[in-house]
Ligand binder design. Structure first.
Ligand SMILES: C[S@@+](CC[C@H](N)C(=O)[O-])C[C@H]1O[C@@H](n2cnc3c(N)ncnc32)[C@H](O)[C@@H]1O
Length: 227
């Protein structure tokens, strides 16, 4: 049985902080910090697939291991920057030995900034760190300069999914997709409790075992958007 997961509008202070962050965002300036680093390339073999997904902050890769087995004709890319999770994910993907499963151990921002627009049919962000303290809120994806670009990476009709055990986090996400001046054409197709019993990821499995309510938002890019 799934619990309800109410998503109130972010309070006035949060709405103001979001608007301020969006006005100041400059992805190119933000990317300067990687100018002298080697940034991992897009896995070239993904191009051969017509349906492609990316799981952002994929952790140990549990979700993509399941999906890539069920859908061998679809390509799945997991990216995680954590030493433990990102490194472990690469080992698990290599052990699975699947041609449709790709992993990158690195930071999504410089990596996905180089991907072509309208590349993915599905982008998932499952249980990202909510960065609770107000002083850290700029690290939340809703405040981050990469978010409008993530939306551009979706094909028309593509789905962007985020899950969290924190209602405030999902509320800020929903508000951002509706009001960000550089995000357009996203329509809410689901907002409510997660509809899973097994646990798609390690965090979700733990939350289900503990009985912690979790929420999910799914937004779809309008299918008549021009290339
Ligand atoms: C709370 S964990 C959730 C992991 C997994 N999705 C799950 O549900 O079990 C968040 C993950 O996001 C990763 N992460 C956070 N920011 C990232 C970034 N900028 N690029 C790549 N990975 C990131 C962290 O390393 C961490 O593994």
């Amino acid at each position: 049985m799934h619990m309800t997961f109410p998503l109130p509008l972010p309070d006035e202070k949060s709405r103001e902080a979001l608007c301020k962050a969006w006005e100041r965002q400059d992805l190119n300036r933000y990317l300067q910090r990687w100018e002298r680093s080697t940034v991992q390339e897009m896995p070239h073999d993904m191009i051969a697939f017509t349906w492609r997904a990316c799981d952002i902050g994929c952790g140990f890769g549990k979700f993509l291991l399941r999906e890539s087995e069920q859908q061998p004709n679809r390509a799945y890319l997991g990216i995680d920057k954590g030493n433990l999770r990102g490194g472990n994910m690469l080992k698990r993907f290599a052990a699975a030995g699947r041609e449709n499963l790709f992993g990158i151990h690195g930071n999504i921002t410089p990596i996905l900034a180089r991907f072509p627009e309208q590349f993915f049919n599905q982008i998932t962000v499952l249980y990202p760190n909510p960065w609770w303290p107000v002083k850290h809120r700029k690290k939340r994806w809703a405040y981050h300069p990469i978010l409008p670009h993530l939306v551009k990476l979706l094909k028309p009709g593509g789905i962007l999914t985020v899950t969290s055990n924190e209602a405030f986090y999902l509320s800020e996400w929903a508000y951002t997709l509706e009001h960000h001046p550089n995000i357009a054409d996203m329509v809410s197709v689901y907002a409510g409790p997660i509809q899973e019993n097994e646990g798609r990821t390690h965090f979700e499995t733990r939350f289900l075992e503990e009985g912690t309510p979790c929420g999910e938002l799914r937004h779809q890019k309008k299918s008549d958007v021009q290339a």
